[in-house]
Design a protein around this ligand. Structure first.
Ligand SMILES: *Cc1c(COP(=O)(O)O)cnc(C)c1O
Length: 395
């Protein structure tokens, strides 16, 4: 029973996450089931992770086969799954080299370390990184500094120095924040945790051009926007702006913990020994990552993400027109936020649960929707009906 497991959790698990009262035991595609047998449409997909759907056969086969063959060797040796994943990512992106790690935060740590080595070697020791307010880059100490949300920073003083924060979308402010100490600008192409904030027209192009003029590295944190989420394999493609360094995680492994940072050859400033990882690029996670990435590409899930995202956007527009509690909708591909006129987000999420739809309580006044990229038109329609019922039930 859900209630029994809630009791076990409150007794044994550190209380740092407010969970929804759903004990998920099984998934298949867009659907999941709880311990009481109730079925849901999962519009959270493990926090934008299960891009190829829950219990995807190709990924499951790759994991079980790899588990029976070889799990871990360390990076002292070559392994085939790691190099297959490296090849498919490089061949399908604008970046030239990759390094694997275990999470989004670690990917950003690696990217920022790479930028500092680049600054040391090419820019007179420049080290500072400009990031955006309302960004989210992860939970490690350096990422707390990088993340432009004072709330997280105040909790963990003193935090590592070397960061400046500017308003997302304000190009003039970004230009003004750069000094001779600056080595890089790091942005999410679309701010995800920060509220699904789409950059103003031309902003990323301007930032790219400015970085070129000033010899700055442009880092895109594509931990959430990558792997088809925005309707293109990588988010940068949606804006026609290539980064020098790009980080990935979330959707990269289809559900196993893996992250990566990728760079253009000119930005590859590491020398052997500068960086490393025990588990990063492990045979198991890379086999899963390769199967998931290949599945996304072979089945053109980016295209499905674009089409289903458009369908969802239209449905959300109608919901907004018919419900005065909805103030705004924002999104691209299969990453959407619904913003309300008051703090009814948690009530909407709870009502969605009752209706059989899992959503993410993004803010007190906002709910985020991010289904697997395998989602069907019928599932989108069903989910939108359930969402509207849930919104109406709040009153
Ligand atoms: C989730 C997220 C991270 C952190 O990833 P973890 O795997 O939780 O460390 C970093 N950047 C962005 C944009 C994210 O959405």
């Amino acid at each position: 029973m859900t209630t029994d497991w809630k009791d076990v959790e409150s007794k044994y698990y550190m209380f740092v996450v407010r969970r929804q009262p759903v004990v998920i035991v099984k998934g298949d595609g867009t659907k999941v089931w709880d311990v009481d047998g109730k079925e849901y449409l999962d519009f959270t997909s493990g926090w934008a992770v299960n891009n190829a759907g829950h219990a995807n056969e190709a990924i499951a086969d790759a994991i079980s086969e790899q588990a029976r063959t070889l799990l871990q060797t360390s990076n002292q040796f070559y392994t085939v799954p790691q190099l297959q994943l490296a090849e498919i990512l490089v061949e399908n992106s604008a970046l030239d080299k990759v390094f694997f790690c275990n999470s989004g935060a670690e990917a950003n740590e690696g990217a920022m370390k790479l930028a500092r080595r680049y600054g040391a070697r090419n820019k007179n020791g420049a080290f500072e990184i400009v990031t955006a307010l309302n960004s989210f880059h992860g939970r490690t100490m350096a990422n707390v500094s990088a993340t432009g949300q004072p709330h997280y920073q105040e909790l963990f003083q003193p935090i590592p120095p070397g960061y400046k924060h500017v308003s997302f979308g304000d190009f003039e402010e970004l230009k003004g924040s750069v000094s001779e100490d600056t080595v890089a600008v790091m942005l999410e192409p679309v701010q995800a945790e920060g509220g699904v904030n789409i950059p103003p027209e031309g902003y990323l192009e301007n930032v790219r051009e400015f970085c070129d003029q000033e010899g700055l590295l442009l880092i895109f944190d594509e931990v959430q926007t990558g792997m088809g989420r925005l309707g293109t394999l990588f988010g940068y493609e949606s804006f026609g702006v290539e980064p020098d360094i790009m980080t990935l995680a979330k959707g990269l492994g289809g559900g196993v913990p893996i992250g990566a940072f990728m760079a253009k050859d000119e930005a590859c400033a590491f020398e052997p020994g500068d960086h490393g990882s025990t588990f990063g690029g492990n045979a198991l996670t890379c086999a899963a990552g390769y199967a998931s990435t290949k599945y996304i590409i072979d089945n053109d899930l980016s295209q499905n993400s674009a089409e289903m995202g458009e369908r969802m956007g239209e449905a959300l527009n109608t919901i907004m027109a018919n419900n005065s509690s909805v103030a705004e909708i924002r999104g691209m591909g299969l990453l959407w936020a619904v913003l309300f006129n008051s703090d009814i987000g948690p009530d909407v999420v709870a009502n969605c649960n009752n209706e059989g739809l899992l959503t993410n309580p993004l803010r007190p006044n906002a709910v985020r929707l991010m289904p697997p990229l395998t989602v069907s038109a019928e599932e989108i329609d069903q989910a939108m009906e359930r969402l509207e019922t849930a919104i109406k039930a709040v009153g």
